[in-house]
Design a binder for this molecule. Structure first.
Ligand code: SAH
Length: 235
């Protein structure tokens, strides 16, 4: 399907109503969350768990990979809460604009001992957090925010991440030959380049402490990159 277009301001084409219309129209399943590749979920979760372990080993004073409070941002049906965050956090809050997905989060069987806390049925651009977090997990949802909204949102994250906490971004990377972001009209989202993400993090006052590619996904999918972010000291 010729649904991809690359323009210099791909994000100007994002429509939140179109995105919500798309997500409301698909079933509340792992298959929908992963765009027809449900089999990659366990590879994804295992990669994320390893990434968190490495982070804690390298950068935390306690070196345990257990956090008090985490948040699953753009959580969908809570796939990541169920498989990852409930293992490494005592309490996991959830932010998801589509109500039928958010409802599923309570049904999800959690792999760990963590419990679900607040469920916010809202988009990240409108979310008003009430807590501070040790782990703010953003995966496969930031393409629904324009560049401007993404900077505002990440600045909000900057203010609500605890000292020694982490803002994690795990997103697809554009492989466009001209190095541009790619708009996908099916779900009204953009796939950004690594360069664009780095510019956005800088504008948001965040520094990258660790970044790596997820391994083991099918070659035909976009590369997926992790970024572990913390507030920069100078802003
Ligand atoms: N992160 C989950 C879900 C990915 S699917 C996972 O990896 O399993 C993308 C999700 O982003 C959908 O649940 C969709 O409803 C949500 N979404 C769409 N617009 C959003 C917005 N503005 N803010 C936060 N989430 C959004």
């Amino acid at each position: 399907m010729a649904s991809y277009t690359t323009v210099s301001d791909a994000d100007s084409q994002i429509s939140q109503p179109d995105a919500l219309t798309y997500w409301e129209s698909v079933p509340a399943t792992v298959n929908s969350m992963l765009g027809g590749y449900p089999q990659i979920s366990h590879i994804d979760i295992r990669g994320s768990l390893n990434f968190v372990k490495k982070l804690c080993h390298l950068h935390s004073s306690s070196a345990t990979n257990q956090f008090t409070r985490g948040v699953d941002c753009g959580a969908g049906i809570g796939r990541i809460t169920a498989g990852l965050l409930s293992k490494v956090c005592d309490i996991v809050d959830v932010v998801e604009p589509v109500e039928k997905f958010a409802k599923e989060v309570h049904e999800a069987s959690l792999a760990g001992k963590g419990k679900i806390g607040e469920v916010y049925v809202t988009g990240l651009q409108d979310w008003e957090p009430k807590e501070e977090y040790d782990l703010i997990w953003n995966q496969w949802c930031l393409g629904h925010l324009t560049d401007t909204d993404l900077v505002k949102y990440l600045r909000k994250c900057r203010g609500m991440v605890k000292e020694e906490g982490w803002i994690i971004v795990k997103e697809n990377m554009s492989t466009d030959a001209e190095g541009k972001d790619v708009f996908d009209k099916v779900d009204s989202s953009v796939t950004r380049t690594d360069t664009k993400f780095r510019e956005i993090f800088e504008k948001s006052g965040l520094v990258i402490l660790k970044t790596e590619l997820q391994s083991g996904f099918p070659k035909k999918l976009y590369p997926v990159r992790f970024y572990a972010l913390r507030p920069g000291s100078d802003q």
